[in-house]
Design a protein around this ligand. Structure first.
Ligand code: MLT
Ligand code: MN
Ligand code: ZN
Length: 310
């Protein structure tokens, strides 16, 4: 299995277009230790020729153009794409709006929970992906699903599962109480498996907490890509960027008693990689104490173009 990190930043990317925070200013200035990052997405393939997107970032066009494997093949027909399917983990702008890049009558299969498919159905702009060639398939939570291109099975098996989280920002409904209208299926994690080899990894770019069920599921995993949005729960407030905690945004933080470093400490996960990293996060600076702390705890900080083979 070949896994590529197309985009390792959270919504807004790095630098964010309107942000003059320390990290954004430093990366714009070309300061050593910081690398620009596009918004959240992975691509996975068994054979290097047919690829499945895990989330479709608004930066997808740029990601395709900087990832030769994802471009049209020179020996293929006049119109062709190695991108055969897209699997969505929530309805965040950073995870679904990139679908609109895939609108040129190319066969494609889209997989998502009933909640995320309902959001696509409620936003008619997604009909630009013609239903005559682009099929939408529900991922039933807990049930392994074979991922198909329009023509054939791709050999990958995905199991979706609900994780603690929140409905997408633009769907929040304060009249629904503290849950803001969040329902099962709004935020899912994926286990992506190659049934031939039995190898698998987890992709969980948005997650509010590691509860007992999630801990049990990922214990002993070979590889987990995990929510690295914020280092500290209050960092957006402390930096004066936004008056919201990570908890309010549906994101666990990296540090702290309830953070992901602590939650994973005894789970025996062989390789742990942070993705969906917000531009406020100090781990984006390779020279920071926080980056060193993450590395000391056995975590890697994902970056665009990172490739992992299982
Ligand atoms: C998030 O992950 O919390 C969202 O991407 C935030 C946003 O939509 O700006
Ligand atoms: Mn997001
Ligand atoms: Zn910033």
């Amino acid at each position: 299995m070949i896994i590529k990190v197309l985009g390792s930043a959270a919504g807004g990317g790095f630098p964010q277009w309107n942000c003059n925070c320390r990290n954004c200013a430093d990366v714009r200035a070309g300061k050593p230790g910081l690398a620009a990052r596009t918004q959240s997405s992975l691509a996975v393939s068994l054979n290097g020729r047919e690829w499945v997107l895990l989330n479709a970032s608004p930066d997808l066009r740029q990601q395709i153009n900087t990832t030769p494997e994802l471009g049209s093949r020179p020996d293929g027909p006049l119109r062709n794409s190695p991108i055969k399917a897209a699997v969505l983990t929530n309805a965040d702008v950073d995870h679904i709006s990139g679908l609109i890049n895939l609108r040129e009558m190319e066969p494609l299969a889209i997989y998502g929970s009933h909640r995320v498919l309902a959001t696509l159905a409620a936003n008619s702009i997604f009909n630009i992906l013609s239903p005559s060639v682009v099929y939408r398939h529900e991922l039933v939570l807990g049930r392994p699903t074979e991922i198909h291109a329009a023509e054939a099975a791709l050999g990958l098996r995905v199991t979706a599962f609900d994780v603690p989280g929140k409905v997408a920002l633009y769907l929040e409904d304060a009249s629904q109480g503290p849950g803001l209208g969040t329902a099962t299926g709004d935020t899912i994690g994926l286990e992506v498996a190659d049934p031939e080899t039995g190898k698998s990894f987890f992709y969980i770019p948005g997650c509010a907490a590691v509860d007992a069920g999630l801990a049990e599921r990922i214990a002993g995993a070979a590889l987990v890509f995990f929510d690295g949005t914020l280092y500290a729960d209050d960092e957006m407030i402390v930096q004066g960027l936004l008056n919201k905690t990570g908890a309010r945004m549906g994101h666990i933080s990296i540090s702290g008693d309830n953070g992901s470093i602590a939650a994973f400490r005894d789970l025996g996960v062989a390789r742990k990689i942070y993705v969906h990293i917000n531009n406020s996060n100090p781990v984006l600076d390779d020279r920071s104490a926080e980056h060193a702390a993450v590395a000391a705890a056995g975590w890697e900080v994902g970056y665009d173009g990172m490739e992992v083979r299982l």
